[in-house]
Ligand binder design. Structure first.
Ligand SMILES: *Cc1c(COP(=O)(O)O)cnc(C)c1O
Length: 451
């Protein structure tokens, strides 16, 4: 070991990773049966490089789901990225008011613009929508009852469960109605002097069909007013403009929920809002003031990078530049445009790797991120096959490419949906597919020769 550690590659690795880590990997390499010192050192070095390599990587989203929670939801717009970089590179006026030279407020960077954008009396931005709801419940309903329809006691994604968040906040759940049917009379019957607020949840990622009933928004607003309790609506997606032009109908906007009488509306900033991970509560000024004054507001406060990106995103909405957001550029691409891109990729890969079979097919894309029960809209995909590789093997090879390509399998075929792939990534897609196809063909040729 000591003689190994004196060799130049070991000295170099030690400078980067420390003596103990190098020794550990060398022992492992020796344990695997290696004897050649240089081979041992290079395998230890590879292992160390791998161990310390970043794992949060840029990826190519070919799933067709534009707001994919596992892939980081919304990519940021150019103004948001620029603002984030500017603030990241130096000091900032995060809590400093250059006009007075006195202390400023973190929320002031987003507050008035958010008020303008949503037409709400006031707004507060926090870490995410789960935080927004947790803050509402902690500040307005701790130790008291919260009415929620049984049809809305939902889990969104793997970790957002309304009953658990409610319990963690110290509020007490009062279930109303049944899973498929809840009427305004059910809400009225569940009211008591212990009721602190009424919570409704947008059915983001599920749909209850058939024999169903839920009260009109106006009825809920009227009941909450009559009972003198706030109505908090978890809108979820942060939809600002109707999505009908993209082929997704009836997604309620934040403003329409407020106009419908909700006292507070909560939503994520990294879904249809197209910003960084954050959550908003917009609505009545007296209630927002109670939220802002609560200790949980400090626990879930935003950092400066997110605030910079969020403020730039709101400004871009205000000035009508939202069609340039990556999500809406992707959603707005015509089927002709997607077909053209697909044909170009097809042609380029065929020229470089004739063994790859790429077929352009119709597909369904989704906004995702809990947009009105996951309504599909038309897209185009490349169905890829390589003889000798199953769709599952192909998917896993693409996953381990640099950058990773995330695809989906449909009816046994690997599909690369072009709607969620940024056109700037097409060249990379061509490169990775061609190289993969060439490698598969050459390893097949080798194994044919040796058999
Ligand atoms: C996405 C979503 C959430 C969770 O939001 P996060 O920002 O991930 O915390 C909660 N409720 C609804 C209705 C949603 O769509």
């Amino acid at each position: 070991m000591d003689s190994l550690l004196r060799l130049p590659p070991a000295v170099e690795a030690e400078k980067l990773y420390g003596r103990e880590a190098v020794k550990e990997e060398l022992r492992r390499a020796v344990g695997m049966g290696g004897t050649d010192p240089l081979k041992l050192l290079s395998s230890a070095r590879r292992a160390l490089d791998g161990r310390f390599a970043p794992t949060l990587l840029r990826a190519i989203n070919a799933t067709g789901v534009l707001l994919h929670t596992n892939l980081g939801r919304s990519p940021l717009s150019t103004p948001a990225r620029d603002a984030l970089l500017r603030v990241a590179a130096g000091y900032s006026t995060l809590e400093y008011d250059p006009e007075t030279g006195g202390r400023g407020h973190r929320q002031s960077h987003v507050r008035s613009a958010a008020r303008d954008l949503f037409g709400s009396q006031d707004a507060i931005a926090v870490n995410n929508n789960a935080s927004a709801i947790f803050l509402c419940l902690s500040a307005l309903a701790r130790g008291r009852r919260v009415l929620v329809s049984r049809g809305e006691l939902v889990a969104i994604g793997g970790s957002f469960k309304i009953p658990e968040i409610l319990e963690a906040s110290g509020a007490v759940l009062a279930e109303v109605g049944t899973t498929n049917r809840t009427s305004i009379e059910d809400y009225r019957r569940a009211l008591s002097s212990e009721t602190a607020l009424l919570l409704t949840v947008h059915p983001s990622n599920y749909e209850i069909r058939g024999f169903t009933k839920r009260p009109e928004l106006g009825q809920i607003a009227a009941l909450a007013r009559e009972a003198g309790i706030p109505w908090v609506h978890d809108q979820g997606t942060g939809c600002v403009v109707p999505l009908d032009e993209f082929g997704v109908a009836a997604e309620p906007t934040v403003a329409s929920c407020l106009a419908g009488g909700a006292d507070l509306v909560t939503f994520s900033a990294d879904k249809l809002f197209g910003g960084p991970q954050a959550g908003f509560v917009a609505g009545r000024a007296d209630l927002v003031a109670r939220l802002a004054a609560h200790p949980v507001a400090r626990v879930v406060r935003l950092d400066k990078l997110v605030l910079a990106a969020l403020a730039a995103t709101i400004a871009a909405w205000k000035t009508g530049k939202w069609r340039d957001f990556p999500v809406y550029r992707a959603a707005g691409q015509s089927l002709d445009h997607l077909r053209n891109r697909g044909e170009k990729i097809q042609g380029a890969v065929r020229r470089r790797a004739p063994a790859a079979a790429l077929e352009l097919v119709g597909a369904n894309a989704f906004f995702g991120g809990g947009t009105s029960p996951e309504k599909p809209f038309p897209s185009r995909a490349l169905a890829v096959s390589l003889s000798g590789l199953s769709a599952e093997e192909l998917v896993s090879r693409l996953r381990s490419a640099e950058p990773p390509i995330v695809a989906r399998i449909e009816e046994g075929r690997l599909l690369l949906d072009l709607r969620s792939v940024d056109p700037d990534e097409d060249a990379m897609l061509i490169e990775i597919l061609s190289r993969l196809a060439a490698r598969v063909v050459s390893s097949r040729t080798k194994s044919n020769l040796s058999s």
